[in-house]
Design a protein around this ligand. Sequence first.
Ligand code: SF4
Length: 338
Amino acid sequence: MLPRNFFDQTLNELQCMLHGKGKEAYRAGQIYKWAYQKSVYDFSLMTNISKSFRAELPQLLNFPLPKIKKRDQSQDGTQKFLIELGDNMTVESVLIPSEGRLTLCTSSEVGCNFGCNFCFTAKKLMKRRLTAGEIVAQYLLISNLLKKEERISNIVFMGMGEPLDNPDGVFRAIEIFTCDQGIGFPRKKITISTVGISRLIPKVTEARVGLTVSLNGVNDTVRSRLMPINKRWPITGLMDACRRHTQISGDKVTLSYVIIKGLTDSLQDAKELFLLTRHIPCKINIIPYNPFPGSPFERPSEERVMEFHKQLQDLGAQVLYRRSKGADILAACGQLSG
Ligand code: SF4
């Protein structure tokens, strides 16, 4: 039997596997600590495990990390990594520094089938879903490059692919990220950003992580034009799913809204956006459209974005507007292509 990829195994799975081989289950926690807390990926160096067992372990498990093929740095400090997977396919991950935070934006699929018109990733159809191990590997590869005093503080599933189209990979990766005997990443610092597959939002609630929903249109006509998924999961049901998430989790949902010149940028749009969301505990994250090569839309003026922002604020909405980072290296929202 071929060795299994260690990074794909939750602690529980590893315990069961070792138990099935007649070994003590607690050894799984020891291996987790070596790999995730000390970055030791060589069994011969795991000195609290007996020599004879260390010699057996390579037949059971291996540590196949993908490679960083390219690293770009934006003028604003954002870094984009092109990561080559074991089968030579590539995805991108982005590391975004901001006041007191270092956010890792991870990919969950190679390409994407959802066809959002404002997104560069949509130009490449989905080739495959990432495994949990490949998602965890993005974090490890980039963490291992950081200076001693730096630490990834937030993880967002906002890179290439729709995370809820890959629930097995994404939720298993979250289990691995948050395991206390390994990385021990706080759940509240992990966010799933979805195009709005309403049926699966309860899984985000159950995983106790943050939820961001890509809204982008104030009615079904505009939203369906921008995001074909809206025909399957229209706005009313999506808003209900968001409301249920906030009721059960006690957290606000973030609703992201891409402002596109002449399409979603009018002050009437801002008013309708407020009316649509006012009964949901939420923050509205406005993102001026980030163009990409051959993109069909235009970015609104900064002045229009500020007017939109003010209109929402004056109506009483909680609005976030952080200037997009990494646009000069095509690393901003909607610009990843792998
Ligand atoms: S916005 Fe997300 S779901 Fe839509 S095409 Fe881009 S990667 Fe896919």
